[in-house]
Ligand binder design. Structure first.
Ligand code: ATP
Ligand code: MG
Length: 204
């Protein structure tokens, strides 16, 4: 090995040792064991698919999972099909077909939202659920279909060991303040804007 390579390797080792010490100290400092509340927001693609990634993680450990979808698209998504057909252990509730972006029926949508919220509350008050996903919940707050305080209270008062994942653009500052982890997915670019059709297995 050349002198130059040896020096590079030594520098790399020193940098890695420093990084490991930093990571180890953060791990040692995190001494609270409880469920976490995660908000996945922003205008980029990746919110719901990340939430379903966590569903898979939880299932890998045999955990109990509940999923409530607050906006039901016209197109069935792969994760819906997979959960329905391959994961009978996952409780899945979807807002009725009564709701679409196109119903333009505020009263009907609000009634659907309330009905769906009841299912969410059933999960958020049941300590046997390890993970609860509230997909696209933020829009119910943005449209004021659900009372914000009621939603915040239910998430905040859930069983301590239960984790919850909320997805959707926006969500408001009070929700962001309540959640333990908040990630904003940035829209750098999206294939659709270049005329590429939504892709099975990637977009739905
Ligand atoms: P995904 O379910 O793929 O993780 P998401 O939950 O972040 O996406 P949603 O707003 O729920 O985003 O929209 C879901 C659908 O819209 C997906 O088909 C996704 O590819 C598409 N989409 C998401 N963000 C954008 C965007 N910025 N421009 C165009 N299409 C988008
Ligand atoms: Mg989504």
């Amino acid at each position: 090995m050349s002198d130059d390579q040896q020096k590079k390797n030594a520098r790399h080792k020193a940098a890695m040792q420093k990084q490991k010490a930093k990571v180890d100290s953060h791990i040692a400092a995190a001494d609270t064991e409880r469920g976490v509340a995660v908000l996945l927001t922003g205008n980029g693609k990746g919110k719901s698919s990340s939430a379903f990634g966590m569903v898979m993680r939880a299932l890998g450990y045999g955990q109990k999972v509940g999923v409530v979808q607050f906006i039901k698209g016209a197109q069935l998504s792969g994760e819906e099909l997979y959960i329905k057909h391959q994961c009978p252990q996952v409780t899945l509730y979807q807002m009725g077909t009564g709701f679409t972006w196109n119903t333009q029926d505020r009263t009907g949508d609000m009634a659907e939202a309330e009905k769906t919220w009841v299912e969410a509350v059933n999960m958020l008050t049941d300590a046997s659920y390890d993970l609860v996903v509230l997909d696209e919940l933020t829009y119910m707050l943005a449209y004021k279909y659900l009372d914000e305080q009621k939603v915040l209270d239910a998430i905040g008062q859930r069983p301590p060991e239960q984790s919850v994942v909320v997805t959707g653009r926006g969500g408001g500052s009070a929700l962001q303040a309540l959640m333990d982890t908040v990630s904003e997915v940035k829209d750098v670019k999206h294939a659709f804007k270049a005329g590429i059709k939504a892709r099975k297995g990637v977009d739905f």
